[in-house]
Unconditional design. Structure first.
Length: 471
């Protein structure tokens, strides 16, 4: 959808809704909102609107719908598939001023907040109320709740708590024509018709604009133990996961699988990073146990690791002795994406397969990637506990970066073919955006895709909401 230049009169009408102070036209001020963090996409826009209320969002969308003006919603601009970028000169609708926490209801275990609230702020508010909001991402200091819900973010605790979709009870959503769905209920049981909430979670702003949400809270654990574990193989990691869940059940709140090369890159390029174990291991697991028991958890964790060593599953392990050491373990995991950048070009895949298929997937994906680009360095890591692997392929040492990245789609095809074989997903937690839009028809059920297009036509008949994204 190509955007015609907006007339000065129309720009003024949009600006009048939010006030001149919140209608940004200066290109220097707009620049940070036009590029995503990996540098794959650079957009353009004549205007960014920063509404401060739901009423202003409603008025903006009504005017946009009446004048056929396309709108791109944006939160913290941390997306990785280009879904938040105005590629064709669309107006940016920044939701960062909608940043109020409206209510915390500890008895109901809910937090009601606006979509511009930063994830870390929601986590802190829950903690002050003696509760836990478990969604946790590397970008939690800058990503927003609206963006998290619009992309159905996953994160490191999905093994127990699920994705963002599983952490929501109610939504407030502004439709393309400006009407507002007032669905901010705290009910766990509500069978009054269709569940509209899940239409908008994961829709990347193409069906409506999420302006507020009722989030689920949980009791804060009394004990948290974190271990960094060296293993011989992904199958050993899978065996360890089974053993841990057998002994701890839902108390296994994180289980991250990391390839040795991912750790090497991180120790080499990451700030304040060091190898936690004395020897080298082909694979690692970062595991966290969270329990309501105040005593005895560490001893049980030590017994688990001892059993893993005895069975030949574990080569070595270190349990964090204090909070700072636990943070250091997690720092290694969170630095892994950025640590690849100094190593040259990296072709990324955010995929998921059934947990039981992960060892076979990793082996077959490696063979496919190396057949395509001999000497490529395979840097897989991710959330083994929920089947989500970030299968990243770094360029061969000394290769031309541009030439390597030019093979992005070829590498996608090779890796995604293995994903498809195991009935997996080409987008586990990052969304579709524009990066994977053209891949969707090849992997999505044709009838499901037709229903998706029908919903788009119904809810956004003039195609003003994030046009060209997802579909």
């Amino acid at each position: 959808m190509l955007t015609k230049p907006l007339s000065p009169d129309l720009l003024a009408r949009f600006a009048a809704i939010v006030g001149d102070a919140y209608a940004v036209t200066d290109q220097r001020a707009l620049e940070p909102h036009l590029v995503e963090q990996r540098g794959l996409y650079h957009g353009n826009t004549p205007l960014m609107l920063r509404p401060g209320s739901v009423a202003e969002v409603s008025a903006i969308l009504k005017l946009a719908n009446d004048t056929r003006t396309p709108i791109v919603p944006q939160g913290g601009n941390t997306g990785l598939v280009g879904g938040q970028i105005p590629h064709q000169g669309e107006v940016i609708l920044s939701l960062t001023r909608l940043n109020k926490i409206r209510e915390i209801d500890a008895a109901s275990n809910t937090l009601t907040c606006e979509s511009g609230v930063v994830l870390a702020t929601a986590q802190d508010a829950a903690e002050k109320a003696g509760r836990l909001f478990p969604l946790s991402l590397g970008a939690e200091g800058s990503c927003t709740i609206g963006g998290n819900l619009s992309t159905n973010a996953g994160g490191t605790a999905a093994i127990v708590y699920g994705t963002a979709r599983d952490l929501v009870l109610g939504l407030e959503v502004v439709l393309a024509d400006g009407r507002v769905i007032n669905g901010l209920n705290k009910l766990k049981k509500d069978n009054t018709g269709y569940d509209l909430r899940n239409l908008f979670i994961g829709a990347e702003g193409t069906l409506g604009i999420i302006t507020a949400a009722v989030l689920k809270l949980f009791p804060r654990p009394r004990s948290v133990e974190t271990a960094f574990i060296g293993l011989p193989s992904p199958q050993a990691a899978l065996d360890l996961l089974a053993l841990a869940q057998e002994r701890f059940g839902g108390a296994v709140t994180s289980f991250e699988l990391l390839a040795r090369i991912a750790l090497e890159f991180t120790v080499k390029h990451g700030a304040n990073c060091r190898d936690p174990l004395a020897g080298e291991h082909p694979w690692y697991v970062l595991m966290e146990i969270s329990s309501q028991a105040s005593e005895g958890v560490r001893e049980q964790f030590e017994d688990l690791l001892a059993a893993g060593i005895e069975r030949g599953i574990i080569g070595d392990a270190a349990i964090a002795s204090n909070l700072e050491q636990a943070k250091a373990f997690w720092h290694l995991r969170l630095e892994m994406s950025d640590a690849q950048k100094p190593e040259g070009g990296s072709i990324k895949h955010d995929v998921s397969v059934p947990i039981s298929a992960i060892p076979a997937f990793l082996e077959e994906a490696a063979a496919a990637a190396l057949k395509l680009v001999p000497g490529a360095r395979l840097v897989p890591f991710g959330h083994l506990g929920d089947g989500n692997i970030h299968y990243n392929v770094s360029q061969p040492v000394g290769a031309d970066k541009a030439a390597f990245l030019a093979r992005w789609h070829e590498m996608n095809d090779a890796v995604h073919a293995v994903v498809t074989k195991y009935r997996g997903s080409i987008s586990a937690e990052h969304g579709i955006g524009v990066l994977k839009r053209d891949l969707l028809p090849h992997v999505k059920d044709a009838t499901a895709l037709d229903v998706m297009r029908g919903l788009k036509r119904l809810l956004d008949p003039n195609n003003i909401l994030n046009p060209g994204k997802v579909l």
